[in-house]
Design a binder for this molecule. Sequence first.
Ligand SMILES: Cc1cc2nc3c(=O)[nH]c(=O)nc-3n(C[C@H](O)[C@H](O)[C@H](O)COP(=O)(O)O)c2cc1C
Length: 287
Amino acid sequence: MDYALLIEERRSTRAFKKKGVTADICDAVKKYHDNECMRLVPEIQTECFIAGDDAKEALEGAAGYKEFLVGAPSYIVILSEPHEKALVNAGYITEDLSLKLNDMGLGCCFVTFTDSEAIKRALGITSDKEVCAILAFGYGERLKKKMHFNVLTMSKISAKEKQQYFAPKKGVFDLVYTDSFGNTDGVSEKIDFYGDPLWEPLLAASNSPSYMNRQPYAFVINDNRVVLISLPDEFTGEIDAGLNIGVVMMHFAAVARAYRGDALWTTGCCEVKDIPEGARVEGSFVI
Ligand SMILES: Cc1cc2nc3c(=O)[nH]c(=O)nc-3n(C[C@H](O)[C@H](O)[C@H](O)COP(=O)(O)O)c2cc1C
């Protein structure tokens, strides 16, 4: 897959054609999950469950922004064994699956949820693993602004959240510091521009989907490492925060691979100066 291109062109799909996806496509998606998909922590066991037909009705009330659930012909549910990095790993896997779906001509959108057991009950999932991510998918309709209308009519959404929905993505220079958190001196010298082995992965990272488009993270370039910091965010709950981090790590790594072979994120690790209260070092990547 041409990850750089897929990432550049991706956007969430929230309106789908009625035409469902075939059993062959579901099999291909499951096989991709089982055998090929990029993983952050390969030893964490995950399962890919696909729900079709009545899933939208069943999930109503258990998943989606406030009371609005993206209506799709099918939903991918990623289940994971419990692990400190289960959510981040699931975000990583699910974003790779979402780019695979785009590559297959399908559209998709993450769907938020808070209660794994409620999702399992709703969909009749008997696995003892926990639900970590949900992706609505199918053939996309070309209906611009449909979701904007839905957001505006959602009763429980605050004006601040609505504004956020319309906010553009952060650019590379909004996300990157050098040496310490908040220091922008010398950033442009370090990352150059198009075609640069550091610029391209950071550009891919800046194109990441995130819960409510909040992008609550930043990168600090420290010597020979890029360090990813998660930032506290008043709107983003624990599950979405973990998934956001997995997604942005996946975008960075997928594009960095073109320059650095099989380079990977190291989770945990080093300290970064001046990070805000509530922020956390999520991992580092040798550059
Ligand atoms: C963890 C996570 C949860 C999300 N949950 C929802 C959701 O429940 N409903 C929805 O419409 N979009 C959801 N999104 C999609 C974001 O709103 C979307 O990625 C963001 O607005 C940026 O738009 P884009 O994906 O088109 O680039 C979610 C994204 C992530 C990463």
